[in-house]
Ligand binder design. Structure first.
Ligand code: ADP
Ligand code: ZN
Length: 729
């Protein structure tokens, strides 16, 4: 007898899919792209419906329940996710779960928040009493209708005070359909009609030609900061929309790129185009709503971070990856995909062009242009100020200093302040000091769970692990020698900020790092204050190098360069080059900026090239080094990480796995096992085996031999596979 049979990917760590019988009462509604509840072993689990066929259902278990009315993905998207799951060697069901909007991972029915409370100030003669109530009231009175979300962003726990104000007749509260704009407090810039310069015009022409031809082609838009890349994106997307297709724009992190979002909105919303912004601040319900709207074809442009590569666009006409060199495009756990790389795959599958943009392209992308796989479009000039800033390397060997700032930088800051110019200081390390040291016996304070020193956070009075978030109060007495000479060593942003306050007492100094921007809206507020020139000196981690332009910045200083260069990773030079070039590009947008980089290695090629802002020169030195060692982009890597609670089991398993691989693989170097650079992390011992090959097919073959490897490594040890690893800590 013939029955309807469904192919299901269950959300379990299993590569294969399973067949289930579709019971008659569900046959009418069963469709590809639905979540289902199915029996699995002795439990029940959630799965995704991948395909339907007629066949013999003998011995098949029935699907218990369909969890959605409308499909969450279609066959095209499924094909794409499937490609990713296979490539990254990750279970399909879990890959689908990663791709779908949060909140749908389990079996919740959709969560919807359709309304929210809007507050309006009522006229009064006497202002309300109480500081907080007064502040809230003033805030609301200065605006018109203020949604609760906005108040929550600006005031800690406003609920009680709001309720009181309503009760006392100072405020009116209404339920309204929730506005889905994540940046509704954002002011849109005026959109101006620009005449493209000839380089921009060539770039736009090439990309739009591919858009019109409806074919996959890939482009690398290489242009210094301020050269007008975003304008090229906007123009290309105009064509996409006019053809009735949709644009997908990936950015490293939405919160750091409000300006890009604002420019898209200013250009397209007045014409009635709909933009969906996918970001981590959305509630599950909002994310689901956005997802549905995209799938129904109601959205013209999707802007989002990494996971937006899975947005269910029906008919993508162009995929843009801005700042394509950014490491945040690679997911660091679970489904370890690279959205940048997957963008190329999606473009290929959908038959649409892909445009990668950067001032400092990844070696990988530039290599592709040299191989003729990708077309390089170059913007060589800044639109506004012709001149790139002047970069000087300050040799720290010449300026012995007790403090974080060496004399030339102090002097330059002084001059900038006198001229009322803004200063940006990059120190890529948060906290007060990277470690505390007993200067009597040399004891330092380490994380009990990770192989790393604890960072001293002075403001918050703690020693904190930046990996597992363990924290303890800072010791005043050494636990080893009872000495009391415990001193912070090295400097983080917090210490730099303090040093600046002592050196420049009149200056307005602010700090931007993960510690000062945890509260919603805090980052944007700092950016705004910078824009309005309410800050003279902004200290921060790499966050300050990203996404936003500060026209008033005339001086950029870089500290702690050597710790970036000396990370034990073959990409450390590339990272340093890229970060320094990006931050240097923030100086003097209005002409004549200055950049000072403090370092002990002023002769390092990454620094010299960054000082010249010369990507090609860097590439020409770096690529031969990679080639010699067979590292990407001149080779392929897979990192196998084994971890577990018991060191001896982990080591034994790693040994067995390496031996197995040595035996099985061809044309692949098996490096290790060796301890991971962070050999202990969150209490687990970690070992890695690195597979390296000249051909992608060889590493793929090596991975295929891992199918039944769990037996080899015992159930006390877990194995994660990282294809094209970026970060090997
Ligand atoms: P990028 O994305 O490369 O950093 P942007 O696209 O943000 O550069 O351009 C920098 C500034 O120059 C923006 O304020 C933009 O509006 C402006 N701009 C871009 N192209 C032109 C042009 N052809 N003529 C005048 N101004 C332009
Ligand atoms: Zn830790």
């Amino acid at each position: 007898m013939s029955n309807l049979i469904a192919e299901i990917a269950v959300t379990a760590p299993l590569k294969k899919t399973f067949s289930y019988l579709v019971p008659e009462e569900l046959a009418k509604s069963a469709r590809i792209g639905l979540r289902v509840r199915v029996p699995f072993g002795r439990r029940r689990t959630i799965g995704y419906l991948l395909a339907l066929r007629e066949g013999d259902a003998d011995g098949l278990k029935p699907i218990h329940e369909l969890l959605d009315e409308e499909p969450l993905f279609n066959a095209d998207l499924l094909k794409f996710i499937r490609w990713g799951a296979e490539y990254y060697d990750y279970p399909l069901g879990q890959a689908i779960r990663t791709a779908l909007p949060g909140g749908l991972s389990g079996d919740q029915q959709r969560v919807t928040i359709l309304t929210e409370t809007i507050y309006r100030a009522l006229p009064t003669e006497q202002p309300p009493r109480g500081n907080k109530q007064q502040q809230l009231y003033d805030f609301i009175r200065q605006r018109e209708d203020v949604p609760l979300t906005m108040l929550r962003e600006n005031f800690p726990a406003p609920h009680a005070a709001l309720a009181r104000l309503v009760e006392l007749g100072f405020l009116a509260a209404d339920k309204q359909e929730k506005q889905r704009d994540p940046f509704f407090s954002q002011e849109l810039p005026g959109d101006t009609d620009l005449v493209l310069n000839d380089e921009q015009q060539i770039a736009v022409d090439q990309v739009t030609a591919a858009v019109v031809a409806d074919e996959f082609r890939s482009f690398l838009l290489h242009g210094v900061t301020g050269s007008g890349k975003t304008e090229v994106y906007l123009r290309a997307i105009e064509t996409v929309i006019s053809l009735g297709r949709q644009g997908l724009v990936l950015v490293p992190e939405i919160a750091l790129t409000p300006q890009l979002v604002a420019r898209f909105r200013a250009r397209f919303e007045p014409a009635g185009r709909r933009i969906a912004v996918l970001h981590s601040g959305l509630s599950d319900g909002e994310r689901y709503d956005a997802w549905r709207a995209i799938a129904r074809g109601e959205i013209d442009i999707v802007i989002g971070a990494r996971s937006a590569i899975f947005a269910p666009l029906d008919n993508p006409g162009l995929i843009i990856v801005d700042e394509e060199h950014e490491s945040s495009y690679k997911q660091g756990e679970g489904f370890r995909y690279s959205a940048r790389d997957l963008a190329l795959v999606r473009g290929q599958q959908a038959g649409c062009p892909v445009l990668l943009g950067s001032a400092t392209p990844s070696l990988a992308s530039y290599h592709r242009t040299e191989q003729g796989l990708m077309t390089c479009l170059t913007l060589t000039r800044r639109v506004h100020s012709g001149a790139l800033p002047e970069v000087e390397l300050v040799d720290l060997a010449e300026y012995r200093t007790e403090t974080a700032l060496a004399a030339p930088l102090i002097e330059a800051i002084q001059q900038a302040l006198e001229r009322q110019e803004q200063v940006l200081l990059l120190l890529n390390r948060r906290g007060f000091a990277p470690f505390l040291l007993c200067t009597d016996c040399g004891t330092s304070f380490r994380c009990p769970n990770c192989e790393i020193t604890l960072t001293f956070h002075r403001g918050e009075g703690s020693l904190r692990c930046h990996y597992c978030d363990y924290s303890e109060p800072p010791a005043t007495v050494c636990p080893k020698c009872d000495g009391s000479n415990i001193e912070p060593q090295g400097a983080g942003t917090e210490r730099l900020e303090q040093e600046l306050e002592e050196l420049f007492p009149g200056a307005r100094i602010a700090r931007m790092d993960r510690d000062t921007t945890t509260r919603k809206g805090a980052h944007q507020r700092l950016v705004q204050q910078m824009m309005q020139r309410k800050i003279d000196i902004l200290v921060g981690t790499q966050m300050i190098a990203k996404g936003h332009d500060f026209p008033g910045v005339a001086l950029v200083g870089v500290l702690g360069t050597d710790s970036i260069l000396n990370l034990p990773d073959f990409r450390s030079a590339e990272r340093a080059f890229s970060l320094l070039t990006q931050v240097a590009g923030r100086a003097g947008r209005e002409g004549g900026g200055r950049v000072l980089i403090q370092t002990f290695s002023p002769d390092h090629y990454a620094l010299e090239c960054a000082a010249q802002q010369d990507f090609k020169a860097f590439y020409d030195i770096e690529l031969p080094l990679r080639k010699e060692l067979g590292y990407p982009p001149c080779g392929f890597l897979v990192n196998l990480v084994l971890s577990g609670n018991e060191p001896c089991r982990v080591l034994a398993a790693a040994g067995r796995l390496a031996a197995h691989l040595e035996q099985q693989v061809r044309d692949v170097e098996v490096l290790g096992p060796s301890p991971c650079p962070l050999a202990r992390l969150r209490g687990k011992t970690r070992c890695q085996i690195l597979l390296k090959a000249n051909q992608r097919s060889s590493v793929r073959h090596a991975l295929s031999t891992l199918e039944h490897v769990q037996k080899l490594i015992s159930s006390y040890v877990s194995l994660t596979v990282d294809v094209d690893p970026l970060d090997m800590f």
